[in-house]
Ligand binder design. Structure first.
Ligand code: C2E
Ligand code: CA
Ligand code: CA
Ligand code: CA
Length: 277
């Protein structure tokens, strides 16, 4: 089948209307993509709120389907979780991120990388051991890697993964709590996690300079997070107005299209060099 002119958006539409049969097709395509090494990581910079200095990147999965074009992770990650593919994909992401950090380091660039970790991945008994082994194989310090886990997944799993979470802390691997503000947790639960960082969800960032509730929420999260010794990242920053509001509210780090879209490993290095950091 030839692909029409609609590009990624058409694919998205197609899968949005996904019934059970489509999901099975997507699942088997994804299985093949993993076997054939067709997944890639792109990297989006995080910068210091006060002076725009480069801090590190978030690694984001990209799947270019040979016929259908780009398939968004919001679509294929849930399928990977449902069909038991997420552990393999998650292992690959950590391996690839470590390999890339080593390649950058050999090239004179020490880059801190945050990877997204699914709750199902964290629930694997050997998650910490596997991650530690990938770090060691590529001679990367645990402090150079951060695991992003969504607020809802972190909450749900505090009990189920207590031993994994304790192990993480012992190895010196830390968590970043993603999409913060969308769940229903009190910040108190954060004390149970080896968390270093909170990422304020894009839905609040979007309205931070136009809506008082969004602004108050960001303000409260920043104060409480700082009281607990956590660093606050705002994600999805698209405008200078949002940037200014977030700096005023005391966010530590910013990430979003305003600074850069996610990009390939090579382009990241040009991006860093061009800024003459
Ligand atoms: P996320 O972890 O919340 O990642 C942030 C998403 O927001 C990314 O979408 C990123 O490209 C996008 N983004 C960044 N800046 C902006 C902005 O200024 N405006 C807008 N509108 N969007 C922005 P992406 O790459 O499509 O990923 C979507 C989600 O898929 C991620 O959300 C994450 O939950 C999941 N995901 C991506 N890679 C992985 C992975 O390796 N493993 C797992 N388990 N999940 C992943
Ligand atoms: Ca994330
Ligand atoms: Ca997020
Ligand atoms: Ca998100």
């Amino acid at each position: 089948a030839k692909r029409g002119g609609g590009g990624a958006y058409a694919v998205f539409q197609q899968y949005m209307e996904c019934d059970a049969a489509d999901q099975v097709t997507l699942q088997s395509d994804l299985r093949l993509a993993v076997e054939r090494g067709q997944l890639r990581l792109h990297y989006q910079p995080k910068v210091e709120a006060r002076n725009g200095g480069f801090i590190g990147v978030e690694a984001l999965l990209r799947w270019e389907h040979p016929e259908r074009g780009m398939v968004p992770p919001n679509l294929f990650i849930p399928v990977a979780e449902r069909f038991g593919l997420i552990a393999g994909i998650g292992d690959w992401v950590i391996e690839e991120a470590c390999r890339q950090m080593r390649a950058w380091a050999d090239d004179g660039h020490v880059v801190h990388v945050a990877v997204n970790v699914s709750a199902l991945q964290l629930r694997q008994a050997n998650f910490v051991a596997k991650t530690k082994s990938a770090l060691q194989r590529h001679a990367i310090l645990p402090s150079q890697l951060l695991c992003e886990i969504t607020e809802s997944a972190a909450m749900e799993d505090v009990q189920a993964t207590q031993s994994t979470l304790e192990e993480l802390g012992k190895v010196g691997l830390f968590l970043s709590i993603d999409d913060f503000g969308t769940g229903y947790s009190s910040l108190g639960f954060l004390r149970q996690l080896p968390a270093r960082q909170l990422k304020i969800d894009r839905s609040f960032v979007q309205d931070v300079d136009s809506n008082n509730d969004a602004r108050s929420l960001v303000d409260a999260v920043v104060r409480l997070a700082h009281a607990l010794g956590l660093c606050v990242v705002a994600e999805g920053v698209e405008t200078v107005g949002q940037q200014r509001a977030l700096v005023d509210l005391g966010c530590d780090e910013l990430q979003g299209y305003f600074f850069s879209r996610p990009m390939s490993a090579d382009r990241l290095i040009s991006w860093i060099d061009d800024r003459g950091a």
